[in-house]
Design a protein around this ligand. Structure first.
Ligand SMILES: [Fe+2]
Ligand SMILES: [Fe+2]
Length: 393
């Protein structure tokens, strides 16, 4: 395999072309579970090498799952029925957000990400000097990048929620799922409207997020779709929304995030309910282990590779290497905070659904993620409680 040193010494143009292959190989060689490798490798090729999400044309993904009908309409899951009732009562209209507010992401009084988000001193130490205005613009680019990834994740959630609504066997879960499809449609609407009319900037989907979405949409097993979307992507998104909600001084975005967080808290709660018994009682031990390894790979993808490379390509491609950028972003205070809050949300849910056994714990320990495992899971925390805690912090 090509080492980082060899890569750093290649001419810029060649390095650009080789790097996606190196990343795909690194991704595929980090797992020791052959089944996880088989299910993720085609997605890694489509996302990292072919860059299917960045071709400027619609992406067609084949889907192949069974649609489960039940003509007896059982009341089979009281807790899901309760979530369904709550979801109906808590519907809201994206048009009612205060869209009249003028958004100026470069105005420090109304910034989306705090100035301390990036460590500009570290950037200066590596020889890159930015004026105050450029610093504010870079912060604004990062905010647009992050919101763009939220939007792309929401599109994935919309289709995954629709697929899962067809495929699950719980009748109360199907009714609940119908409300989630509406919720996700609304999230796509409001994030897109915000980016389109307030930020005037939309970044393409990050390759690694594409890999995860591609992998779960094409998997025929409902519980893998569920694990990928409801637990991993939505769990991490919930943490990211919460961090941005706390950080932003822009009132329209704050209100938008507050509404979305309350919906997402229900979605993750549903994911934990649906998977808890399934993983513990319905799967064989080798099937459960495959999910456990798959979740760990996705957690690593989100932790190590979700590093605004699209912003790097726009700003710094000729000024530093991709690896230097990755190091700089990983160490920046804002991303460190995002990582902390995201995994604080995710890890207790993995514990709750039985995917954090003694077998996998040492791996999470080595990745520095076990410290987040003791918190409350989504079944123990409502959206209102979550907002109250964010406001109090
Ligand atoms: Fe959503
Ligand atoms: Fe969601």
């Amino acid at each position: 395999m090509i080492s980082d040193k060899v890569l750093d010494n290649l001419p810029q143009e060649i390095r650009r072309r080789v790097e996606p292959y190196v990343e795909a190989v690194q991704l595929m060689t980090q797992t020791s579970n052959a089944k996880v490798l088989r299910s993720m490798a085609p997605s890694a090729v489509r996302g990292l090498i072919l860059q299917r999400g960045k071709q400027g044309v619609p992406t067609l993904m084949p889907s192949n799952h069974k649609v489960y009908f039940d003509w007896t309409y059982p009341n089979d899951q009281p807790e899901m029925r309760e979530l369904y009732t709550r979801a109906k009562e808590q519907q809201w209209n994206g048009d009612d957000l205060p869209w009249h507010i003028d958004v100026d992401p470069e105005n420090p009084e109304k910034q989306i990400l705090s100035r301390e988000f990036m460590d500009f001193d570290a950037l200066r130490a590596s020889g890159i000097r930015l004026t105050n205005l450029e610093e504010r613009r870079l912060n604004s680019s990062l905010a647009s990048w992050m919101l763009s990834q939220f939007l792309h994740g929401e599109q994935g959630a919309l289709f995954a929620a629709a697929q899962v609504t067809e495929a699950v066997q719980f009748f109360d879960g199907k009714l609940y799922g119908a409300t989630q499809v509406v919720d996700e449609g609304r999230h796509v609407e409001v994030f897109h409207r915000y980016l389109d009319t307030k930020m005037n900037k939309l970044y393409q989907i990050n390759d690694n997020l594409f890999v995860i979405i591609d992998s779960l949409i094409q998997d025929s097993r409902w519980d893998v779709k569920f694990l990928g979307m409801q637990i991993m992507v939505e769990g991490l998104a919930l943490g990211a929304f919460g961090t941005m909600y706390q950080m932003t001084r822009e009132p329209l975005l704050k209100e938008l995030l507050k509404m979305v967080i309350q919906d997402e808290a229900r979605h993750v709660h549903y994911g934990v309910l649906a998977l808890r018994d399934h993983f513990r009682h319905e799967l064989s031990e080798s099937e459960r282990q495959e999910r456990e390894d798959w979740a760990f790979e996705v957690a690593l993808l989100m932790r190590n590779r979700f590093l605004s490379f699209e912003v790097y390509e726009e700003w710094f491609e000729h000024k530093m290497t991709r690896k230097e950028w990755a190091g700089f972003v990983t160490a920046s205070p804002g991303f460190a905070l995002f990582r902390q809050v995201m995994f604080n949300r995710l890890m207790p849910n993995l514990r709750e659904i039985g995917l954090l056994t003694d077998r996998i714990k040492p791996h999470y320990q080595r990745a520095g993620l076990m410290q987040y495992a003791d918190g409350r899971s989504a079944t123990q925390l409502s959206g209102d409680q979550m907002i109250a805690e964010l406001d109090a912090a």
